[in-house]
Design a binder for this molecule. Structure first.
Ligand code: FES
Length: 84
């Protein structure tokens, strides 16, 4: 099981983290990954303070420079590497 954590802290919420949750759920359906990915919300993971973009972790690894605009593409790329 691949664990994806999405920050629901206020800085990330303002930058569109709720849209990322929707995009990720869409991606999971499109790719039929329902049994392979667990999505969880997380409190601030300090990505906002370290200028890393929105707070998203895959199996504990912080993604960098993710925005609401590129999130679906980045998640697709990173999750495909793990699941293919
Ligand atoms: S509020 Fe999301 S990483 Fe800080």
């Amino acid at each position: 099981m691949v664990n994806v954590e999405i920050c629901i802290g206020s800085a990330c919420y303002v930058k569109g983290s709720s849209q990322i949750v929707n995009d990720l759920n869409e991606l999971i359906k499109e790719k039929h990954w329902e049994d392979k990915i667990a999505v969880k919300g997380s409190f601030c993971m300090k990505a906002c303070q370290n200028h890393l973009g929105l707070g998203i972790r895959i199996n504990g690894n912080q993604l960098e420079q993710v925005t609401a605009q590129n999130a679906k593409e980045v998640l697709n790329r990173e999750l495909s590497k793990i699941l293919s």
